[in-house]
Design a protein around this ligand. Structure first.
Ligand code: ADP
Ligand code: MG
Length: 227
């Protein structure tokens, strides 16, 4: 209980900071990205590589801004009935090239007919953050498996990897302010995930064994007719 109170206090402090990151910052980034994309077609091929790097850095900035905005405003906004199989397959195809680049197989095991009444954009953001972490945790022969199934009144989305895993101490620090072990990490991904899932009336749980892998469990209320 104490650590969850500390976590809440830290999150409130971060939210205040995050409130200052708004569309004002995001719009110019989007414009720059658009012009780089356009300019690519008319420059020397040697230069297009630099432009691709610039574009992927802008995409990184966009992800970071989205994470900050969700921290500032974790509440669900646009509620709709989400077909889990459809939603998760869509996320998997978005993450496909990121996984392939690292030689990781992305596997799906999705039950048909599961639905949740929720904020589709925010749910997508959370699942992407978890899948990204899973992909980043594995080495050779890496496998990341996304599963969805029903457990009592909850829909469960499981993201499992056979990667480096975490020690009990690392597991305790997961989701606390800016906690990261990565050189280019932000520590925002799991903070956003815990906060948004809580705002959705759900739960986020982890099981991890150092050297064996990690499984994240998102539990969300099932929508009527989603059982
Ligand atoms: P970031 O990915 O930017 O480091 P996150 O909040 O997404 O920030 O994750 C925080 C830290 O938690 C990571 O740096 C990593 O040490 C640990 N972590 C998260 N997910 C996993 C996972 N699937 N396997 C191993 N470690 C993980
Ligand atoms: Mg992350």
């Amino acid at each position: 209980l104490r650590s969850s109170l500390q976590r809440t206090e830290q999150l409130v402090a971060v939210s205040e900071l995050a409130a200052s990151v708004t569309h004002e910052v995001r719009n110019p980034l989007t414009v720059v990205r658009g012009f780089l994309q356009l300019a690519k077609s008319s420059v020397d091929p040697k230069v297009t590589g630099y432009m691709d790097t610039a574009i992927s850095e802008l995409d990184r900035a966009e992800f970071i801004i989205s994470d900050y905005l969700s921290l500032a405003k974790p509440q669900v906004e646009r509620l709709e009935t989400i077909d889990l199989k459809e939603k998760l397959s869509g996320i998997a195809s978005l993450m496909h090239s990121f996984a392939a680049m690292r030689g990781v197989s992305l596997l799906l095991d999705l039950q048909i007919g599961l639905k949740t009444y929720n904020d589709s954009v925010k749910l997508g953001q959370v699942v992407m953050n978890l899948v990204k972490n899973a992909i980043e945790a594995v080495q050779e022969n890496g496998e990341v498996r996304i599963r969805s199934y029903l457990r009592k009144e909850y829909i469960v989305i499981e993201v499992a990897d056979n990667g480096e895993g975490m020690t009990p101490e690392q597991l305790r620090r997961l989701g606390t302010t800016y906690y990261t072990t990565k050189e280019r990490g932000t520590g925002l991904g799991t903070m956003v995930a815990f906060r948004v899932i809580e705002a959705m009336g759900g739960k986020l749980e982890y099981a991890s064994v150092r050297g064996e892998g990690t499984t994240a469990y998102i539990l969300l209320p099932a929508a009527p007719g989603g059982t």
